[in-house]
Design a protein. Sequence first.
Length: 108
Amino acid sequence: MVRSYRGQDVDMEKLIKQQGDNMSLGNTKLNGRGDVVSHGKIVETRAERLEKWLANHKTEQAKVNLAEDKNSKKAEDELAKQAFEENKRVAKPKKPFTQPLEEKMEEE
């Protein structure tokens, strides 16, 4: 349940089920369930589209031992060096923000 800005309770799940057969607005050519629709007929269901997408976008995971990996040590060294260089650049301001106190007294 969701409360609208007017204070009315709206059951979104029920609304989605009721509007599942209606076409979406715009140029998406989908109905409320996510099925592809052409000339009033369902061409491809949401589940079929999802299966097709997952088949084309498989991910592979490799097991890496970071303690023994030489590339990770090189990357750590490069990151440490880069962080040191960034901190070194930020540490010194170009100009002092205020004049030394002695110079101010001499001007007066």
